[in-house]
Design a protein around this ligand. Structure first.
Ligand SMILES: CC(=O)[C@@H](O)[C@H](O)COP(=O)(O)O
Ligand SMILES: NCC(=O)COP(=O)(O)O
Length: 243
């Protein structure tokens, strides 16, 4: 069974639109867990446009499943993560103004930076995952930097998935995901995945990357919840993650 971590960024987006506390992010997180989520993911960005730093602090004592904090390791982000001590920290190379995450780490160029950051987090007992493109040449650097896991950036997978249904010969990209996952597993790294996963494309990914430990899903899941309700939606996603 692959774990489902629900990314609640979009709940904070909705709350922030009006300035009050509706929807209540902490209640939604607790309800996601009650409805079957195996973890809660948040991605506080420098402009705090959705998840605020205080949300992260307030969530910590409430999350009873796995707490995963994602983000670019600026000094501010590192201070927050070291204070909160989540189960997992996912490092993402987003520049400050990024609309959303759209690239994995260049583990060669940032080798020494990543090694320092990961060493600091691991000293505090925090598991570290790093966001990676499907590219086997970046796996060795992830291992050398001390990461425990990689999170495969599934944005390009999601984009190509629909074309691939009609033209499977065009889905060469998926081999890159399989090869990267295999190389990482052989190097002793565990595999997470995320970005633009949804009810259509999740099962194929899960079936072909059997070592997949965890997916973090936010945007599509919250959109689906508008139609199906949060409890049903979480159960629909979980059904796609069974072995
Ligand atoms: C790392 C990753 O893929 C997700 O965190 C994604 O970027 C969600 O962030 P936003 O909700 O800000 O788009
Ligand atoms: N790490 C990916 C994540 O948390 C959610 O990404 P998305 O489902 O909002 O695209």
């Amino acid at each position: 069974m692959t774990k489902l971590s629900v990314n609640i960024n979009k709940i904070a987006t909705l709350r922030n639109a009006r300035g009050g506390n509706l929807p209540d992010l902490l209640k939604v997180a607790a309800d996601c867990e009650r409805f079957g989520a195996d973890g809660i993911t948040v991605h506080p960005r420098p402009d705090q446009r959705h998840i605020r730093y205080d949300d992260v602090r307030n969530l910590k004592p409430l999350v009873t499943t796995e707490f995963n904090i994602e983000g670019y390791p600026s000094q501010e982000f590192m201070d927050l993560v070291l204070e909160v001590k989540p189960h997992q920290c996912t490092l993402v190379p987003d520049p400050p103004g990024a609309i959303t995450s759209n690239n994995g780490w260049d583990t060669v160029q940032y080798a020494s930076f990543l090694k320092d950051v990961i060493g600091t987090l691991k000293k505090e007992g925090i598991r570290v995952s790093i966001f990676l493109n499907p590219d086997i040449t970046k796996v060795e650097g992830a291992k050398a930097a001390g990461a425990d896991r990689i999170e495969l950036y599934t944005g390009p997978y999601a984009e190509e998935y629909h074309n691939a249904l009609t033209q499977p010969q065009n889905f060469a990209l998926f081999n890159e995901y399989k090869n990267t996952a295999k190389t990482a597993t052989e190097a002793g790294l565990e595999i997470n995945a995320g970005h633009d996963l949804n009810l259509d494309n999740l099962r194929f990914f899960k079936l072909h990357i059997p070592q997949l430990k965890e997916v973090s899903i936010g945007h599509a899941l919250i959109c689906d919840a508008l139609y199906f309700g949060l409890e049903n939606t979480i159960q629909l996603y979980k059904r796609l993650l069974v072995d």
